[in-house]
Design a protein around this ligand. Sequence first.
Ligand code: HEC
Length: 212
Amino acid sequence: MAMASRSFLKFPAFIGAAFLLAAAIGGEAVSKEPLTDEGAEMTYNALRAAMVESYRAGGDDTAAVYMGWQRFNRVPFLSGTHGGRYSNIYGNAKASAYGLFEKGKPLPKGAVLVRDSFMAAKACLTGNVALGDKTPPGVFACFGPLFVMEKMEKGFNPESGDWQFTMIFPGGTVFGTTKGQGAENVDFCMNCHEAAEPDDFIFYTPEEYRPN
Ligand code: HEC
């Protein structure tokens, strides 16, 4: 994650996005409050509608619809590799074999996997989203980025197993997309995901969080 952190830190501090980025890498100013599985699900349920509104504000089609797709985790899980945030993984119909995990690879062209993220904290760098009695007392929820992988046609980008990686900030701004706008900003995705090359660049939901 060192590489990722360096590219994140290139952002000038006066840009609001810098605060999101700092949060995305677990910015020091946020003191994290560990949630129980139940608390994580409760927080997520309280946040979902506002999260979608925020992600889709830039007009991205996937951001608008992914919450209606199959979810491949029981409850949000804490991800060390995606900035110490709670995450959920979703897939469209073409990605349904993701549910077989290591036995489902490779996924076909048109498969889309999405990972959303939020952080539970005593305070958000981007302003507190107070959720009243819907979240555990003293805990606020901050949105994190939306991470998307889409399987493109063969030859699209052999280096990334023909996956297109995209990162969307809360608010809908696209930070980068493979072979498109801001492509260099998402090279770090591929650099880490290629460790899973034998599994079609997919890491899968941690075992203890897979649906039963
Ligand atoms: C340091 C390693 C690392 C980096 C960098 C990284 N990821 Fe991941 N990603 C993971 C791991 C590990 C998982 C599996 C879930 C978990 O254990 O957190 C994952 C899961 C995912 C998933 C769900 C599909 C799967 O592989 O199971 C998507 C979608 C995703 N990442 C997109 C991205 C995007 C887009 C970026 C860049 C903006 C990115 N990732 C950067 C390690 C990384």
